[in-house]
Design a binder for this molecule. Structure first.
Ligand code: URA
Length: 447
C-alpha cells in the first residue's frame, strides 16, 4: 500500500477502506508516514468528508494505536464528559469531582488547547505540582481512591490522536466532523467509561457555528458510541459568548475551584453553574444513577452545597501531586496583573460577540498557542465582565486584560473591544442549553 495513492484517492472523493485507513494511521504513528503526508490526507478529508463507515474505521485505527484501559476494578459506574471546545470552558474542573461526589467514577483524558479554544490540561498545569502524565496504573488508582482523575492521553492511550490533534491545530483541519468524531471517540473509548456525555458547543466561539453542523457531529458521535456499546448523550450548549468570567488558564482554574466551594453555587457565574449542573445531571441519568432529571439535579446540588464535591476536588488534585491553598481566594495560583481595561466606547447593549476572537486575544498575551511547540503563559488571561443583552454605559469596563507586557495587553484589549458589539437596542442571547440528543437517527444517504 502506498500513502500517496491513499491521499490521491481521498483527494478525488473516493471512500477509503478499513485497510487503507489503518495503514495511514499506523504509518503516521510509527513514523513511516511523514507529517506533511498526514497533513495532506487530513486536508483531503476536510475537503471531501468521510462516510460513516470510514469515520468508524478511522476511530478504530486511532483507538488501536494504543492501549485500552480496563476499568473493571473501579468501585462505581464509570462516566465521562467531553466538550467539543470553547472559550472559558472550565467545566471539567468542577464536573469531575461533582460527578465523583454523586457516586460515579470519572477517568478523564483531556487535551490541550486546539485552534482558538482552551484545553483542560493547560488549565491543570497552572496548579503547582499537578502531574498530568500518570501511568495507567496510577491513573486508575487515583480514580479508585478519589472518584476522579484527569490526565493527558500520553504515549499509550490513543497516541495517534495526540499526534493528529497537534497537526490539525496548525493545518486548518480542526473543524471537520469525521476528524473531530475520531479524535474525541478514540480517546474516550480507550479510557473505557461506560457512559459518555458530550457537551457539543454551538456558536461563534465553537468549531460548530450553527445547529445543523452540530446535529451532524452529534449523530456521528452517537453512531460511534452505539457501535462500541457505550451509553451516550449529547447536550448542545451555547458558545456565542465566553463561559463565565475568566478566560485563560490560571484564572479559569481559580474560577472553577472557587465556584465549587459549598457557597459557590450562588456566587459563581450563573452560566458556569447551570451548564455544570446540567452535564453532571445528564451523566447520572445516562448512567442510570438517577430516576429523572429533577432527582439528578437535586443530587448534584446536594453534593455541591454540602461540600462533598469541594472535598472530592481537594483529594483528587492532591492525589495527582497538585499543591493548592484552599484557604486563599486564589488557591495559591499565580495570576498576571490586570494591565489594560477594555472600556465601552458608547452607551448601548452588548449584542453579537465574536467569541472566537477572545481566543486570538489570548494568543496575543501568550495564553494560547499559535504553533504546536509554543509554550504558554498560564498566568495571562482576560476577565470578561459583561454578557450579551446587558446594558452598558460609555467608559464602563467590559473586560480586563491580565498580562505581563503592556504592548501585548493593548493589542489584546483592541481585539476584545472589536469582538464586543454595542447595539442601539437589546437583543436576546440564545438559551444556554440548546437541546439534547441520545439517538444517532438515520444515516444520511451518501452524496
Ligand atoms: N476535542 C477533541 O478531543 N478533538 C477534537 O477534534 C475537537 C475537540
Amino acid at each position: 500500500m502506498n500513502i500517496v495513492e491513499i491521499i490521491e484517492r481521498k483527494k478525488r472523493g473516493v471512500s477509503l477502506d478499513e485497510r487503507e485507513i489503518a495503514f495511514a494511521v499506523a504509518g503516521f504513528t510509527d513514523g513511516s508516514v511523514a507529517d506533511y503526508q498526514m497533513s495532506a490526507l487530513l486536508m483531503a478529508i476536510w475537503c471531501r468528508g468521510m462516510q460513516p463507515d470510514e469515520t468508524a474505521a478511522l476511530t478504530g485505527a486511532m483507538l488501536r494505536s494504543g492501549e485500552e484501559l480496563d476499568l473493571c476494578g473501579l468501585p462505581a459506574p464509570t462516566a465521562d464528559k467531553h466538550s467539543t471546545g470553547g472559550i472559558g470552558d472550565k467545566v471539567s474542573l468542577l464536573l469531575a469531582p461533582l460527578a465523583a461526589a454523586c457516586g460515579l467514577c470519572v477517568p478523564m483524558l483531556s487535551g490541550r488547547g486546539l485552534g482558538h479554544t482552551g484545553g483542560t490540561l493547560d488549565k491543570l498545569e497552572a496548579i503547582p505540582g499537578y502531574d498530568i502524565r500518570l501511568d495507567n496504573a496510577a491513573f486508575l488508582r487515583v480514580v479508585a481512591e478519589t472518584g476522579c482523575a484527569i490526565v493527558g492521553q500520553g504515549p499509550r492511550i490513543a497516541p495517534a490522536d495526540g499526534r493528529i490533534y497537534a497537526l490539525r491545530d496548525v493545518t486548518g483541519t480542526v473543524d471537520c466532523v469525521p476528524l473531530i468524531t475520531a479524535s474525541i471517540m478514540s480517546k474516550k473509548l480507550a479510557a473505557g467509561p461506560r457512559t459518555i456525555v458530550i457537551d457539543l458547543k454551538v456558536g461563534s466561539g465553537a468549531f460548530m457555528t450553527d445547529r445543523a453542523a452540530a446535529e451532524e457531529l452529534a449523530a456521528s458521535l452517537l453512531r460511534i458510541g452505539a457501535a462500541w456499546g457505550r451509553r451516550m448523550a449529547v447536550v448542545f450548549s451555547d458558545m456565542s459568548q465566553p463561559l463565565g468570567v475568566a478566560v485563560g488558564h490560571a484564572g479559569e482554574t481559580i474560577e472553577a475551584f472557587d465556584a465549587l466551594r459549598p457557597d459557590g453555587r450562588g456566587r459563581a457565574p450563573a452560566d458556569l453553574v447551570a451548564l455544570t449542573e446540567d452535564l453532571v445531571a445528564q451523566m447520572l441519568l445516562t448512567s442510570g444513577l438517577a430516576a429523572g432529571r429533577d432527582a439528578a439535579l437535586a443530587a448534584v446540588r446536594r453534593a455541591w452545597d454540602g461540600g462533598e464535591a469541594f472535598a472530592a476536588m481537594l483529594r483528587w488534585v492532591a492525589a495527582q501531586g497538585g499543591r493548592l491553598a484552599p484557604e486563599r481566594p486564589d488557591f495559591g495560583l499565580a495570576l498576571a496583573p490586570r494591565l489594560a481595561p477594555v472600556e465601552a466606547a458608547r452607551d448601548g447593549w452588548i449584542g453579537e460577540v465574536a467569541c472566537r476572537d477572545f481566543g486570538h486575544a489570548l494568543a496575543e498575551i501568550g495564553g494560547a498557542r499559535r504553533r504546536v511547540e509554543d509554550s504558554l503563559d498560564l498566568e495571562a488571561g482576560i476577565d470578561v465582565l459583561v454578557r450579551r443583552g446587558e446594558r452598558v454605559a460609555r467608559g464602563q469596563p467590559l473586560a480586563w486584560i491580565r498580562a505581563r507586557d503592556a504592548a501585548a495587553a493593548g493589542r489584546a484589549a483592541q481585539r476584545v473591544r472589536d469582538a464586543l458589539a454595542i447595539e442601539e437596542a437589546p437583543t436576546a442571547a440564545p438559551p444556554l442549553i440548546l437541546g439534547r440528543r441520545e439517538d444517532a437517527g438515520p444515516v444520511a444517504p451518501a452524496s
